[in-house]
Design a protein around this ligand. Sequence first.
Ligand code: TPP
Length: 685
Amino acid sequence: MTKPDRLPAASATLAQAARFPAAPAMSARAEHDRMANAIRALAMDAVEAAKSGHPGLPMGAADIATVLFTRFLKFDAADPAWPDRDRFVLSAGHGSMLLYALFYLLGYDKMTIEEIKRFRQIGSLTPGHPEHGHTPGVETTTGPLGQGLANAVGMAIAERHLASVFGGDLVDHFTYVLASDGDLMEGISQEAIALAGHLKLNKLIVLYDDNGISIDGPTALTDSVDQIERFKSAGWAASRIDGHDPAAIAAALEAAQKSAAPSLIACRTTIGYGAPHKGGTEKAHGAPLGADEVAAARARLNWTAPAFEIPAAILSPWRAAGERGGTSRLAWQKRLAALPAKLRAEFERRSRGELPQQLGEAISGLKQKLAASPKDMATRAASELALDALTAVLPEMIGGSADLTGSNNTRAKGMKILNATDYSGTFIHYGVREHGMAAAMNGMALHGGIIPYSGTFLVFSDYCRPAIRLAALMGQRVIHVMTHDSIGLGEDGPTHQPVEHLAALRAIPNLKVFRPADAVETAECWALALQNRNGPSVLALTRQTVPQLRRGLDARNLCAEGAYELVAADGAAVSLFASGSEVAIAVEAAKLLAARGVSARVVSVPCFELLLALPHARRAAIVGAAKIKVAVEAGIRQGWDAIVGADGGFVGMTSFGASAPYKELYRQFGITAEKVAAAAALAKG
Ligand SMILES: Cc1ncc(C[n+]2csc(CCOP(=O)(O)OP(=O)(O)O)c2C)c(N)n1
């Protein structure tokens, strides 16, 4: 059954007749064609004006988008952030003009025709690829192919989970994706579809723009995968239709909405549909069509309006479609208002991404326990302790691991598994799918109502990196627990021992990399990661036991400034800086130096980004005035110069590690208190 908010465009048009100039009577098909051609015209015009961009996808997918947005998608142009809207992810972000044209036609407030004319220009709402947080209505930043599809899996997980927690009256929406050949060629797509099929995310509907063309030419050059069979084998419902036939598109969408499995609709389309010479070829993919071809396409499409002009008779049904969901939204708001006050407040708190008050108590309770009975333990184990306390008061935390649960210590006490038979769980076994996990987490965070955290080895941050980068770009709170953070993992050897990873992660703007030294710092870093609302965090944690260095109780979060003096020394001649497991080595080195009559202080540096963001004077005070500075970290030096200076000493790694018990490795690679003391003696003051 068609839901009330999924009225055919023609009926919606009637409802709006009073507000827009009357449209001449025309058949539903003719109206559909004209509406779809409006997308095509805007895409051609904007790309032409920008002298760059991708007209092919918007022109090819215009029919799909028209049917979806005018008849199926639950949304309200007046409130692009309405929590229970259907999500639409344009995974093939190069086709951004499809979204911008839709937003303009549907009447999204900020998307004026001026913005369309400024496609790809500085400060416009129409950047080259869709950017979440920049353009209202863009659900996720896309461009790196495959990511959007995997984000959508996370959104669909979030929807099922929140529906099971808050009920279908409050959370009940579909997640739609438009994916291209490139999206489906990327490896991440396999992780994403396998996970979605396994979790039976039946409200996830992927429309595949099956045009058989990519940049180098026909996809037959490189690909012979049967996508229908591929998706079916992953547990999806999959069908193929003519992507230019509105009736077929609608029928497939109706079937997909009723499916018990996620759905793939492979829509056979012609890239650059309407362009008589370049359409159907790679020439329509990523360059302006050129004045002659645009003129020929206008003629072919029977589009007579001047550039950037949409006739009122065509704009009218589009604008009506933009308002179609208004009633649904109001009804939803009423249902929200009618909820018991406590439940409503909790839903609203979670939707806003606000942390509960109990967070502070949970962290201070843990710190009190650790002060009362100090514990030497691996920081991964300390993280589990923290998670036991945190997940008890933050039900929005959804944890997981990429098949390393026991090693990452990410499943806290009492956490139920989220699976296809029970979406109310809060722990996800992602399988050996680090990239898919990281991208799905982005989707959960973007959906709202959830704080996702993961688990894998730090060395596999490389497998997550493209998604972490996008989380940073989008300012999303996702938290990656990455254990086995150095040669300290020992016998697994150099394949598993991160060396360059801390530096590589610290290079990503807006990502916070925490490397706590002991159980107390781990609790503090967890609090900071949760409070880091506008960006992702990585917690780099040890496999091996480290001593509890913070013995007294300090109510303040000493990690909040990124670094602090752990061991003071009167008139220190030397400052030793270290992170994580090497802080204890620095403390031992300070003792050696003291025994030799050299006064040395120790600064623990759990987070570069927080330290380097401090006002200069504060940072200088923490770094201190000692002439000799030495840093120690079981990774490469890169990045430390910002703290110790180019002339400062450094004890760490300059090569890959090796396979051996970890204490031997520290000796072998010279990361010892003795070497740190020696480096202090050598360092220039
Ligand atoms: C991860 C990644 N690799 C490469 C690119 C560059 N790129 C943009 S579009 C595209 C492929 C285009 O083919 P398709 O996905 O079929 O899109 P269509 O030509 O149908 O628009 C490529 C390789 C990218 N955006 N992301």
